[in-house]
Design a protein around this ligand. Structure first.
Ligand SMILES: Cc1cc2nc3c(=O)[nH]c(=O)nc-3n(C[C@H](O)[C@H](O)[C@H](O)COP(=O)(O)OP(=O)(O)OC[C@H]3O[C@@H](n4cnc5c(N)ncnc54)[C@H](O)[C@@H]3O)c2cc1C
Length: 344
């Protein structure tokens, strides 16, 4: 914990923005934080996710960085689960069965989840579908809407303010009277396409249906669909289309139900609760987590830490990425005090 009193302006109120707010206010409790966002939970992309821990659709993100962020988030979920916070934060340990029609290689994250096992199905014709490989393991689901509510409740008791506002560029901040020394943290997800002019970002559309199906305790997935139990509903998914249409598509809805019912026929009794569409913020070269400068027309110069482009794994990486944001600011603080020392 540090006694530095920074002024942070966090852009974006999804899982990444709120995770950064939590870690920064834990580490720098004397600082103030302003979170600026067009929408907050339950109206963010993060709210659409079932929150299964598993690296997915991460563009060119390096495995070394991804492993560090994913491991740190997994450790954090374990700590919340063991500490008795599982229910409040929507965290469950869930057995997973993944089926593939080809001989699929073991993923690099096999040793982070619990009990990973690969089975080669020797006589695929004995089964309904011709699956050749099965992966089984136990991982966490962390329901973003529940976790974000916990974060918001905790942050509301600290030096944190929330401001609902749409930004069209970083320079919109000039009209918001932010502190001249404010450090900006950019967690706008897909919003960075226009606010940061990032042409590397693109949406991968995901449509899901949340249903009531109390009999589902396992997660299942194959190349066409997935079934993920949350605490109150079960999430049936999903599409992965390079498209930015946020409307629910009835054809996708039909296909999702049909594919999921092939895996688990009892789902034909599942009562639909609501269909959702979210756009995964994928970046060709992978997650952008780095320090940059934002220069305003007045000449005011702000440090900006970018943290966006988490693709289909924002919930899996958020706590670990927020840890790197915090460490970058600690390094910046050390550099800054060295400079001040030289000036004296
Ligand atoms: C169907 C689906 C299923 C998924 N399942 C999983 C899963 O099981 N596990 C997993 O780890 N990940 C999953 N993901 C991916 C995950 O949801 C995303 O990676 C994650 O939500 C990204 O979080 P974020 O905070 O960066 O962005 P967001 O949640 O999109 O938050 C961005 C914030 O910025 C604000 N904003 C954007 N533009 C502007 C602007 N111009 N001005 C002001 N504010 C703005 C928004 O209002 C929002 O508050 C899934 C995604 C989808 C769509």
């Amino acid at each position: 914990m540090s006694t530095e009193n920074y002024q942070f302006v966090i852009l974006g109120g999804g899982i990444n923005g709120l995770s950064c707010a939590m870690r920064l206010s834990n580490e720098f409790p004397c600082s103030t934080i302003q979170i600026i966002s067009e929408y907050f939970s339950p109206n963010t992309t993060s709210d659409v996710a079932a929150g299964l821990w598993g690296p997915y659709a991460l563009g060119g993100t390096s495995i070394t960085e991804c492993r560090r962020w994913a491991q740190e988030t997994h450790d954090y979920f374990l700590q919340l689960w063991r500490g008795g916070d599982a229910d409040r934060c929507g965290i469950c340990l869930v057995p997973v069965l993944e089926l593939y029609e080809t001989d699929t290689t073991v993923p690099w994250w096999y040793d982070i989840v619990f009990g990973f096992s690969k089975t080669k199905i020797l006589n695929p014709s004995d089964h309904d579908d011709s699956f050749l490989t099965a992966f089984t393991y136990i991982t966490f689901t962390c329901e973003p809407t529940k976790l974000m509510k916990q974060y918001r409740d905790a942050l509301s008791m600290r030096n944190v303010t929330f401001c609902q506002k749409q930004l069209t560029s970083i320079r919109c901040l000039e009209n918001l009277n932010i502190h001249p020394n404010a450090i900006i943290i950019n967690c706008l997800g897909l919003g960075s396409q226009c606010v940061s002019n990032d042409a590397e970002l693109f949406p991968i559309r995901g449509q899901v249906q949340k249903v009531k199906a109390e009999f589902v305790f396992h997660s299942f997935a194959n190349e066409s669909c997935y079934i993920i139990p949350n605490t109150d509903t079960v999430v049936l998914g999903g599409t992965k289309q390079k498209d930015n249409n946020l409307q629910v598509n009835p054809v996708d809805r039909y296909d999702i139900r049909a594919h999921c019912q092939t895996i688990l026929p009892a789902l034909r009794h599942a009562v639909p609760v609501k269909d959702y569409v979210g756009l995964r913020p994928v970046r060709y070269s992978g997650v952008r987590l780095e320090v940059d400068n934002a220069v305003f027309t007045s000449g005011e110069n702000h440090i900006i830490v970018h943290n966006y482009g988490h693709g289909g794994a924002g919930i899996t990486l958020a706590w670990g990425c927020a840890g790197d944001v915090m460490r970058l600011i600690q390094e910046y603080g050390i550099q800054r005090s060295k400079c001040m020392h030289y000036k004296l």
